[in-house]
Design a protein around this ligand. Sequence first.
Ligand code: GLV
Ligand code: MN
Ligand code: MN
Length: 428
Amino acid sequence: MSTEHSSTEHTGTPASSADTVAGLLGQIADVGRDPKRGGYSRPVHSDAEHTLREWFREQAARRGLDVETDRNGTIWAWHAPGGRRENAVVTGSHLDSVPGGGAYDGPLGIASALVAFDRLAERGTGGARAIAVFGEEEGSRFGVACLGSRLATGAISPERALALTDADGRTYAEVAERSGLDPTHMGPDPDTLARMAAFVELHVEQGRGLVDLGSPVAVATSILGHGRWRISISGEGNHAGTTLMTDRRDPMIAAGALVVRVRDLARAEPGARATVGRLQPIPGGTNVIASRVDVWLDVRHPEDAVTAALVEQIGAEASRLAADEGCTATLTEESFGGTVDFDAGLRDRLAARLGDVPLLPTGAGHDAGVLNAHVPTAMLFTRNPTGVSHAPDEGCEDTDAEAGAEALADSMELLADTASTAPERPLP
Ligand code: GLV
Ligand code: MN
Ligand code: MN
């Protein structure tokens, strides 16, 4: 860990407890609004995301936390009595968004963490704790989700991460460097992982689970295995007016048919979810027959082998549909993460501590899912009254947001008790 420190000395001073989750989110309500798509577009290392990072640093400094950005671009805000950054209970989430996303996916976890730290300071809870803000959780700019936590855990190599490009062809290396990070120092960070006794992420629920259960808060059981693939269908670029309908090799026809097949194949596989949320014709002109269409595929299933088989089937269908149009298709995996089952003992202890709140699986991906293989990890969900996420209608009632922050504080207190009695883990 290294680099920037806030100018505020670490005093451990509790901040005013007047802040509410809704109040904190209100402070950033105008940052990154997307007038075209609606909702928020806050891609990693955009001006909007940098503004949010700065807001977080200020909020953390106000609370007397020591703030630094690690070599993978994750911001850490530490409460470390005696300067001992070890055996820490860590919470965190992200500030980047999908294009046109809601207000809560990511920022709710960060605002709740700040309020939970206020509660813990008021209660005099001891031990080291930190808030982590991970970058590119959505993968909406560089295509691979949870890039910060994947880099730290070695789930992606720095070489591959740094070569990823955004829609403007800029590499992650270039963008990270322009944002003040040193790309040559990115990669696995076992020292940082070893400082964590436990990680607990609070997130807005992204479906109707809690609405249907009538509860403001739940503890997570699992994250559905999921991945992303790119199918490129190549044909012949040509003129829309002069090329007879019988003389075309139009990849858009195959792409359109493929979108429908993806839906049908996923429907035939119980428990599967498959989505084409983005496709890009090259060059993309109204009066131009595309020479290539890139189709991005998101597939999820509890059993990783079923996901693999479904993707293979979709790839075979893409080749068949492309051949029907005189085109060719290629399939490339961009990322995959298997189904994550959170530690049942930890999960049950948290649920009991929170008053026997419900247990819920999720179909959405999170940094907690990446960290789970390295650190004892848990997740909390806060009710979303609309059940909608990755869209502007995502919601969270103010009272539920406060209940979530309180539950996060209770969870961190329980984890701090456990950490204080656990045998010391040697730093590598
Ligand atoms: C992230 O929210 C995902 O599930 O893709
Ligand atoms: Mn999220
Ligand atoms: Mn998301």
